[in-house]
Design a binder for this molecule. Structure first.
Ligand code: SAH
Length: 327
């Protein structure tokens, strides 16, 4: 909920009231009525003055594999926002949050990149995505891999992260994914919370990377990797590399060799991501190509995994649902 509005509404109450509300929310309460240690009159006052969420649920899709994707609109100005809950067989419950409505960057394979940019989300709008999914069940992991570039809204993203441990999601199980927005990487390096860093790389050299991700012109590969190296030096945590596998574009044998030569195996682990088709010019790599690519990385001593594809039947890739709704 809008925490400022909450504090205004509780101004004449003892300070512990806001903490009581927060504790109920973090445990998945779905209304003020459930907050039984608050006086009934206060619950009624809050219900009248402070909307329970800054987001309205516009659509909720459930995939056969248990993935849930929520499409919200912001209460304030009706902007689309998406979040996803992924359930894994080992019991992990991971959520994927959006940091912006739309995205100002224009990665050519990404559905969000093709939408119009709206605005940065507030910390409350980011946290309310998590709280909505927490009402479905208990959570333990969080990634900022939804709509938007989290490093361009890093203050609000970090403010939301401060609250995630109360929901069961520790900082160590939280990852922020970036195109390589260097000021944000530096900010995360300085921040006290042990949050993980993931870098969307997608190409082993500048020319191809710029073609796939125009932001590479502003922050070229060598500078981005230098910022990631500093993050690793300071935080002593490995950096995840995200690499979307695009057929005939970035999945060739020589490109795997080039990637392996670029990345220090003491610093980086690679996640190869099967492309989720978005109606762009790209097609996903064939499974055999992904297998070969992975073996080449491993032969060079890099740890590499192929990301499980979840929620394909509900358009759960970045921006897909909101882009369709907008169309
Ligand atoms: N802007 C940040 C976070 C949002 S995107 C970033 O780029 O890292 C999160 C991840 O989803 C990125 O690695 C992005 O490359 C990937 N992604 C976007 N569209 C995709 C698609 N259609 N199929 C597979 N992965 C996709």
């Amino acid at each position: 909920m809008d925490t400022e509005l909450l504090h205004q509404s509780l101004a004449s109450e003892p300070a512990f009231r806001a903490r009581q509300v927060a504790a109920w929310m973090a445990r998945g309460a779905a209304s003020y009525d459930e907050m039984t240690n608050l006086p009934a009159a206060l619950r009624a006052k809050l219900a009248a003055e402070v909307p329970f969420s800054t987001l309205h649920v516009a659509n909720e899709a459930h995939a056969k594999d248990g993935t849930v994707k929520a499409l919200f609109t912001t209460l304030r100005d009706n902007r689309p926002v998406e979040a996803v809950l992924m359930r894994y067989r080992d019991g992990r419950r991971s959520i994927c949050l959006s940091s912006q409505s739309g995205c100002p960057l224009t990665c050519t394979f990404c559905a969000t990149g093709q939408m119009k940019f709206g605005r940065n989300l507030t910390a409350s709008e980011i946290l309310d995505q998590a709280l909505h999914l927490r009402r479905i069940e208990e959570l333990d992991h969080c990634v900022f891999m939804g709509m938007g570039e989290p490093m361009m809204n890093i203050d609000n993203v970090l403010a939301a992260c401060e609250e995630l441990p109360a929901l069961g999601i520790t900082h160590r199980r939280t990852a922020i994914s970036t195109v390589g927005w260097i000021p944000g990487i530096e900010r995360l390096t300085e921040c006290d919370m042990p949050i993980r860093l993931a870098l969307s790389l997608h190409a082993p050299e500048d020319a191809l990377r710029t073609q796939i991700m125009p932001v590479n012109d502003r922050y070229p590969l060598a500078d981005v990797l230098e910022a990631c190296r500093r993050f690793h030096d300071v935080k002593k945590r490995m950096v995840f590399i995200e690499y979307v596998m695009l057929d005939g574009v970035n999945d060739r044998y020589e490109q795997a060799v080039a990637l392996a030569q670029l990345l220090d195996p003491r610093i980086y682990k690679v996640n190869l991501i099967p492309f989720n088709p978005t109606g762009s010019v790209y097609e996903g790599s064939r499974p055999e190509s992904i297998g070969v690519f992975k073996s080449v990385l491993e032969e060079h001593g890099l740890r590499a995994t192929v990301r499980l594809t979840r929620g394909r039947d509900i358009d759960a890739a970045c921006g897909q649902l909101a882009a369709k709704a907008a169309a």
